[in-house]
Design a protein around this ligand. Structure first.
Ligand SMILES: [Zn+2]
Length: 305
């Protein structure tokens, strides 16, 4: 059985009428996963409700109290904007906490089973910095999950791979000071948010940025995986691999100009499974609904083989 951690509650993070990061993204993925021939192999799990799991100590490891309070206050006051792209609705704060709980559940699941799991939650996280949210992201789910994982028995090394088409500026800035975490990102360059130069290697040589030119296809991603991503991740021998799984590098995606196909994410997953089966996939971006849902299907399908 393959664990998928998901709640319909995540649909209530309301970003407004024309926002690309909308609830239909999750609905499309759930719909696709319920209609695959192997749907009976999916183990749908609700995230631990926040009153039952105190996520705050982990969030406070990577975000300032002032920033956390700011998000809560905007939500409590009826909603508003963290930046022009990043709306907070009245329920967004609670749902961002629930999303963190889902990612932490994912870590628990992967460590308990030595097998992959997928977190289908929103809001996404990889652009959120220590003191500010941006780019549709409220809290840095992947970084919080990484710090949480390091507190679990037998976990000394955590790897994060970010294949969202955008550079995870927030994740990198948060984890680059920790020698027990490595961060690797493939992202379109030039593109939002403008960070992620190949020369940025982190404070402990623990960052690997791989900028990809607009128009890139699997032809250029394949050697990047084989020559850069796989050696970087496997040399580190991570106890768990967290994937910031954004699917906006698809050719159909409206937010960027990379030209991957959904099945290419299955190929990426194959590379990772040769490194470890302890992989937590967590949803980041991906805005073309059909390509997004097919890509999640391709990712999970490889984990079942
Ligand atoms: Zn993205």
């Amino acid at each position: 059985m393959f664990p998928v951690i998901y709640s319909d509650e995540f649909l209530a993070h309301d970003t407004g009428r024309y926002h690309p990061e909308r609830s239909e993204r999750l609905t499309a993925i759930v719909e696709a996963l319920k209609t695959v021939t192997w749907a009976n192999k999916l183990d749908w799990q609700l995230p631990t409700p926040v009153p039952n799991r105190d996520v705050m100590p982990y969030i406070q490891k990577v975000h300032t109290r002032a920033y956390i309070d700011k998000v809560r206050q905007i939500a409590e006051s009826g909603g508003g904007l963290l930046d022009l792209d990043t709306p907070v609705c009245p329920r967004s704060y609670d749902l961002a906490l629930l999303a963190v709980s889902a990612w932490l559940d994912g870590v628990d699941k992967v460590l308990a089973t030595n097998n992959p799991a997928f977190v289908l939650a929103r809001p996404p996280g990889h652009h959120a910095e220590r003191e500010r949210g941006m780019g549709f992201c409220l809290f840095s789910n992947a970084a919080i999950a990484a710090y949480y994982a390091l507190e679990q028995p037998g976990v000394n090394r955590v790897a994060i791979l970010d294949w969202d088409v955008h550079h995870g500026n927030g994740t990198e800035a948060i984890v680059e000071t920790n020698p027990n975490i490595i961060y690797c990102s493939l992202h379109q360059s030039p593109c939002y948010p403008g960070t992620g130069r190949a020369s940025d290697r982190g404070k402990h040589n623990n960052v690997l940025n791989i900028p990809m030119a607009p128009g890139s296809t699997f032809e250029s991603y394949q050697p990047a995986f084989e020559n850069l991503v796989v050696p970087f991740l496997s040399d580190f021998q991570p106890n768990i691999l967290i994937v910031s799984a954004g699917y906006d590098a698809n050719s159909d995606d409206p937010l960027a100009e990379i030209a991957l196909q959904p099945k290419d994410y299955g190929s990426f997953t194959d590379y990772l499974l040769k490194i470890t089966r302890r992989i937590l996939f967590g949803l980041e971006g991906g805005y073309a609904l059909r390509a997004l849902s097919q890509s999640v299907v391709a990712t999970i399908e490889k984990c079942l083989l």
